[in-house]
Ligand binder design. Structure first.
Ligand code: NAD
Length: 260
């Protein structure tokens, strides 16, 4: 077994997940990437990170809409590196619509990926972490895990849910040196946010500029998007000894959004 820690980051082919995977790899951890996307692009990303960080980076394309795929992802990651020290549940999607028009299949998909996939990966990882008396589980929630916005019923429900899941797992792992925390970012300009701009324009009858300034950044007092590297820095901190007594927390990184 390698001396290096091993990390698994779901939804790490782009955005926040890729940023977190990069930070963990550069800190010396072997990393399993996961997510969807163009195979050639993903291989380029994987190889570049492996080269830059000087660790082993593997990719697993498990589609996390299904419980079995989530368990399989964890089992393959443990099998590849002989251990799993850090599990980051980051994969997520968004859909914006008034609730009376919200397609039920979109609701189900958001709950499946943004909430249930974290339950399934944690369930699959927990026994090994408890046995090894080490585990750092980080769930990427959102400011929408604390407060709501209209037209995001499924997302807000899932993100509130994942904070509850985080607290429960924190209690179950507490005496086994397994920590579980959530990170709650405000708006980060990734493809997930880009993707909801047209929907919000339609739902609210606004221009792109109006959506960015009057909707997305309206509640973010700093009037800045949070940067991927800042979320990744917080995630990396949660894997260091200085964070050993942080357990069951949902840490805001939102420019003051939820201080209001
Ligand atoms: P993103 O769209 O850039 O990344 C999402 C990742 O999830 C991608 O790697 C994608 O391939 C993967 N994914 C999508 N469907 C999948 C599936 N079925 N199985 C496996 N992987 C799948 O988005 P992002 O903004 O980086 O979002 C990452 C997380 O951060 C999400 O949980 C999101 O809710 C959360 N978040 C984002 C923001 C923001 O403003 N961007 C704010 C708060 C929280």
């Amino acid at each position: 077994m390698s001396d290096s820690k091993a990390a698994l980051v779901t939804g790490s082919t782009s955005g926040i997940g890729l940023g977190i995977a990069t930070a963990l790899a550069k800190a010396g951890m072997n990393v399993t990437l996961n997510g969807l996307g163009d195979a050639a692009e993903i291989e380029k990303t994987r190889a570049a990170l492996e080269r830059e960080a000087g660790v082993t980076v593997r990719y697993d394309g498990a589609n996390l809409m299904q419980a079995e795929a989530c368990a399989g992802l964890v089992e393959a990651a443990v099998g590849a590196f002989g251990r799993l020290d850090v599990l980051v549940n980051n994969a997520g999607i968004q859909f914006v619509s008034p609730i009376e028009d919200f397609p039920v299949e979109k609701y189900n998909a958001i709950i499946a990926l943004n909430l249930s996939s974290a339950f399934h990966t944690i369930s699959a990882a927990m026994r090994g972490m408890k046995e090894r008396k080490y585990g750092r589980i980080i769930n990427i929630a959102s400011a929408h895990g604390h407060v709501a916005s209209p037209f995001k019923s499924a997302y807000v429900a899932a993100k509130h849910g994942i904070i509850g899941l985080t607290k429960t797992v924190a209690l179950e792992g507490a005496t086994f040196n397994v920590r579980c925390n959530a990170i709650s970012p405000g708006y980060v300009l990734t493809s997930l946010v880009e993707g909801q701009i047209p929907d919000t324009m339609k739902a609210r009858g606004m221009t792109r500029e109006q959506v960015i300034n009057d909707v997305l950044l309206a509640a973010q007092p700093t009037k800045e998007f949070v940067k991927v590297e800042q979320v990744a820095g917080l995630a990396l901190f949660l894997t260091t000894p200085a964070a050993d007594e942080i357990n069951g927390a949902a840490l805001n990184i939102d420019g003051g959004w939820t201080a209001q």
